[in-house]
Design a protein around this ligand. Structure first.
Ligand code: FES
Length: 109
């Protein structure tokens, strides 16, 4: 896999319905798996800069554990108040049994 992709986990490390927190260049990301699809989002709730990795997955959403906003893993858009701003999402690819993240620029933010 060419730059800017970085290997951040192996496929075996993430069960479906789960996520892992990874750090790349001192930035925290969440790599989530739903069925056989992988998603990457910033590990930061847009409401009060709280780690989303303290929360849990709810289908294709990640739920903030502080006030309960759920964000789409696909678009980063919040689906519940109080958050009203999206979180950043990033490109991920699977190759050679690994999950690769492009941390260079968000797809959405
Ligand atoms: S800090 Fe996440 S919803 Fe308030």
């Amino acid at each position: 896999m060419d730059k800017p992709f970085v290997a951040v986990a192996t496929v075996d490390e993430i069960a479906t319905g789960k996520f892992v927190k990874v750090e790349v260049d001192r930035r925290d990301f969440i790599i989530a798996r739903v069925d056989d699809n992988y998603y990457a989002v910033e590990d930061n709730c847009s409401h009060e800069d709280y780690p989303l990795s303290y929360g849990c997955l709810d289908g294709k959403r990640i739920k903030c554990s502080l006030h309960g906003s759920r964000f789409s893993l696909e678009t980063g858009i919040p689906e519940d108040e109080p958050a009203d701003q999206p979180i950043a999402t990033y490109r991920v690819q699977v190759a050679d049994g690994k999950i690769w993240l492009d941390p260079s620029r968000p797809l959405t933010s």
